[in-house]
Design a protein around this ligand. Structure first.
Ligand SMILES: *[C@@H]1O[C@H](CO)[C@@H](O)[C@H](O)[C@H]1NC(C)=O
Length: 213
């Protein structure tokens, strides 16, 4: 029974760590939007070239050790099934407190955002996103260069047809079950799940080894 006395101490420690989390962030949502807008302007008609250009700019801004290069190699791309939506993604950065991915679908998809212990910043690169929150009766539309923010702990229904740069900041490991569960209840695409787990873990361990939490 004595361990019960530890519970408030553990809660307090977690609370303190949670408050300190932003200290570990390296990415700045405003800077990401600015770089995205510049790449959109340079490559308005070719999203492949836009993604190469934007990833280059991100590597220049944040360093090659924090931002992985862009590629159209199918080995680097994963499907993501989550909250009834589907898209594909390439990981540019994954650590315990942040991830940065290129995400989207040329076909269009729609679903639940999930409720996360992280803030989510979604900058549209091509196409359109529409979303609304409970209580709103009309959707908000986001076009290339627009950034929408899903605050930690909030939820939306969204529809995306196109591509976006997505930054999440918070407790990234806590978001993973939402990203993985549809594999077991729906797609049974285990090789895709394995690739996602492996590339995410490689990112997180690699970043930890260079001191990025
Ligand atoms: C976009 O650019 C890529 C790479 O340069 C090229 O392979 C592709 O054909 C281009 N697509 C269009 C629609 O122009």
């Amino acid at each position: 029974m004595r361990f019960l006395a530890l519970i408030p101490i553990i809660i307090l420690a977690l609370y303190q760590l949670d408050k300190a989390l932003p200290k570990y962030y390296i990415f700045d949502p405003e800077k990401l939007q600015e770089l995205s807008k510049a790449s959109i302007e340079r490559h308005p008609n070719n999203v492949t070239e836009l993604m190469y250009d934007l990833t280059d700019a991100l590597q220049k801004e944040y360093g090659e050790k924090h931002v992985m290069p862009f590629s159209t190699d199918p080995e680097k791309w994963m499907f993501s099934n989550h909250g009834n939506a589907m898209g594909s993604m390439i990981i540019l950065h994954a650590s315990i407190t942040e991830y940065l991915i290129l995400y989207g679908t040329p076909l269009g998809s729609e679903g639940h955002s999930g409720v996360h212990l992280a803030h989510d910043y979604f900058t549209i690169l091509q196409g359109i996103e529409k979303r609304y929150m409970p209580g709103e009766l009309e959707a908000t539309e986001y076009h290339p260069g627009d950034q929408n923010w899903l605050p930690r702990g909030t939820r939306s229904q969204y529809m995306l047809k196109g591509w976006a740069l997505e930054l999440a900041q918070g407790w990234i490991p806590s978001m993973l079950p939402f990203g993985f569960l549809d594999t077991f209840t729906s797609t049974l695409d285990l090789p895709n799940l394995w690739r996602t787990v492996r590339l995410t873990a490689e990112g997180m361990v690699g970043q930890l080894l260079i001191g990025k939490f």
